[in-house]
Write a protein that binds this ligand. Structure first.
Ligand code: S3P
Length: 189
């Protein structure tokens, strides 16, 4: 295990990216390897609202869901030492990318439309993909969100890579970013 990843007071690692890119699976795995706490913002939103993501969308709409996501990032995330999987649209609204970056190091996961479609098929947990043509929705949303994803964090492409390989890649990215952060801090002191 890498030195920074293993430290309780090291920066959080936040995983962003589209639905079905594997944020939760990878996040849980890294948290286990690094012996850190794992958080999923969808779960925190559900706790805060006392109901499911699907019900929040159905009863109050997307805007309300985004406001809850913001509240989660602002007040429910630990300051350091955790691995956090972000809901797929969390870094997209104006200002959210910067807010999330203030909470740690962000890695954005990417996957092809085919992979996303396969991974999200038949999953009723994702209200945005409920329509008749999920492939068209994925393409459309991806196009609208791509720039926000790229700006939010360091891009890692997941297609053709095993969970094990992704753990190694993200761990290296994280370590490199922590080193850069420490260096820039020591320069400014
Ligand atoms: C959403 C992604 C979902 C969840 C909600 C909205 C999105 O999270 O937050 O359904 O806007 O992309 P996952 O990426 O964990 O599926």
């Amino acid at each position: 295990m890498s030195p920074a990843a293993n430290k309780e007071n090291s920066p959080n690692l936040l995983l962003a990216g589209f639905m079905g890119t594997g944020k939760s699976a990878l996040g849980r795995n890294l948290a286990m390897r690094w012996r850190r706490r794992f958080y999923d913002t969808d779960e925190l939103v559900e706790k805060l609202a006392g109901t499911s993501v699907a019900d929040i969308f159905a009863e109050h709409g997307e805007e309300h869901f985004r406001a809850l996501e913001r509240q989660v990032v602002e007040s429910l995330l630990p300051e350091h030492g955790a691995v956090i999987a972000c809901g797929g649209g969390l870094v997209v609204p104006p200002g959210m990318g910067a807010l999330v970056r203030s909470k740690g190091i962000i890695v954005t996961l990417f996957a092809s439309v085919d992979t996303i479609l396969r991974r999200t098929a038949g999953n009723s947990r994702r209200p945005l993909l409920k329509g008749d043509d999920p492939e068209a929705t994925i393409r459309d949303l991806m196009k609208k969100r791509e720039q926000a994803y790229l700006k939010a964090g360091i891009a890692v492409y997941t297609d053709g890579r095993s969970l094990q390989q992704l753990c190694v890649i993200v761990e290296r990215v994280y370590e490199r970013e922590v080193r850069a952060l420490l260096k820039s801090r020591s320069k400014s002191e």
